[in-house]
Design a protein around this ligand. Structure first.
Ligand code: FE2
Length: 457
């Protein structure tokens, strides 16, 4: 998301972001280098891809399409892409029904795709997850036996120790925030309302071994924008304030920490340090950077009456940077510090360490994949050149890995001119190229994906 501020009024429909018009299948993909045989599974990646003739008013609202690459025993067996067949796509079902109620199945399901407890779920934060088959067919919306009645964040967190999937949903009407927990076997076993001042666009959150961390930040839902229809009904609001909340997973209220105003789409990871402080690493937009970025993908522009006094800076580039917040529940103190001044987005980590101390984070810059060493404070990058745009780099640990960076990074890299794409496999230790799978078509730059290993036999 850091790279789209330079551009036409519908930049999310052009070049390497432009949607593809159809679904295809291809077998026996050409591979350069050697795919590690233990990478046997599927890499699925979701993103917005409006149907031909129905361009979206905002990058975030196009119909979801999942691109899949099947790897097995050193071969790239297939590629296929499928729209997620939500009722919004197949029936044109409206999110707001005639009686004013919300249809949480009528959503684009375009943001992430994650496995949990034998299900593969396509996610968008406004609605219910949609279950997919391993062949990318749509099974249908999933409400966990009728227990989930609102949205599910596209960034749930699987606890690597308990196997639970923690997530939340935010509402445009009360309750504005609800915490949920799926058991390791996929049952919705807890739903808990969390008090926040109002409805905001809460895209991500963090977990630690004992806490959930909330990002209550000043990008607010605006009913007047919603009534205009078609566009993005969230805007920066200087008056909302900015706070992070630390809530015990075992129960009890959140403790809130005021922070410098900012927006955060994505957390890298969080953990409790030896002193009991909660450390949160995320990609932070300063206010003027958010308000420069937001209109570039279809959000309301700064300077219009609806923007709530958004800060405007001619120098802003719309970029975000990696940042660390350290929250001390014993004293209420907050420490903020920049981690790296490079413009990046889409932070990832070794998910066997989610909620536990990490040394490395991976991000993408405009034309590079970056590895951040939080212990040494250094970073390294694989520069791809100005013509190529990398997607989120998903870390896959090697079997029996001892070092945190022993494994691979998977990223779909596309030509900015819109000609072609490859699935790049890097050695995470040194960012060297392990292999590259040439894909049979251009894959639009999208959002998030997952490596879904084959079940152990
Ligand atoms: Fe996201």
């Amino acid at each position: 998301m850091s790279q789209s501020n330079e551009t036409s009024p519908s930049a999310w429909l052009d070049g390497h972001l432009a949607p593809v018009p159809d679904e295809i299948d291809a077998a026996g993909l050409p591979v350069e280098g050697a795919l590690p045989p233990e990478l046997t599974g599927r890499y699925f990646r979701n993103g917005p891809n409006p149907l031909p003739g129905t361009p979206s008013a905002h990058w975030f609202t196009g119909a979801g399409m999942v691109h899949g690459v099947r790897l097995r025993d050193g071969r790239a067996e297939w590629y296929r892409n499928r729209w997620v067949r939500t009722t919004e796509l197949t029936d044109g079902a409206p999110f707001v029904r005639a009686d004013g109620s919300f249809d949480h199945a009528a959503v684009p399901a375009n943001t992430h795709v994650v496995p949990h407890a034998g299900r593969i779920l396509a996610l968008v934060e406004t609605g219910l997850p949609y279950e997919l088959t391993p062949e990318l067919d749509t099974v249908g919306p999933c409400d966990f036996g009728g227990l989930l009645t609102g949205g599910m964040t596209a960034h749930p967190k699987e606890d690597p120790v308990t196997g639970e999937l923690l997530f939340f949903g935010y509402g445009l009407v009360p309750p504005y925030l609800t915490y949920h927990r799926l058991s390791a076997d996929g049952r919705l076993v807890e739903s808990r309302e969390v008090e926040v001042p109002g409805p905001t666009m809460m895209h991500d959150f963090a977990i630690t071994a004992n806490h959930v961390v909330w990002l209550d930040l000043p990008v607010v839902f605006d009913m007047a924008l919603a009534r205009r229809g078609g566009g993005m009904p969230f805007r920066w609001d200087d008056g909302y304030g900015a706070r992070l909340g630390v809530m015990p997973r075992a129960g009890g209220p959140a403790r809130w920490f005021e922070v410098d105003p900012c927006y955060v789409f994505h957390v890298g990871n969080a953990y409790e340090d030896d002193a009991g402080r909660v450390v949160v690493d995320g990609v932070r937009y300063r206010p003027e950077e958010f308000t420069a970025f937001w209109p570039s993908i279809g959000g309301p522009s700064a300077g219009t009456p609806a923007t709530g006094g958004a800060p405007v800076s001619a120098a802003a580039t719309g970029h975000a940077r990696l940042h660390r917040w350290t929250l001390d529940p014993a004293t209420g103190a907050v420490k903020e510090e920049p981690i790296d001044d490079r413009a990046v987005e889409f932070p990832t980590h070794d998910e066997t360490r989610t909620g536990r101390p990490h040394r490395y984070l991976y991000t993408v810059a405009r034309d590079a994949i970056v590895k951040h060493d939080l212990r040494s404070g250094s970073s390294a990058a694989l520069d791809l050149g100005a013509d190529l745009a990398p997607g989120e780099a998903v870390f896959v640990p090697a079997e029996g890995a001892r070092a945190e960076d022993e494994g691979w990074l998977l990223s779909i890299v596309s030509d900015r001119a819109g000609h072609g794409s490859e699935l790049l496999v890097l050695d995470a230790a040194d960012l060297s190229r392990t292999a590259s799978v040439r894909l049979p078509r251009r894959v639009p730059a999208g959002f998030h994906g997952s490596w879904i290993p084959d079940p152990a036999t």
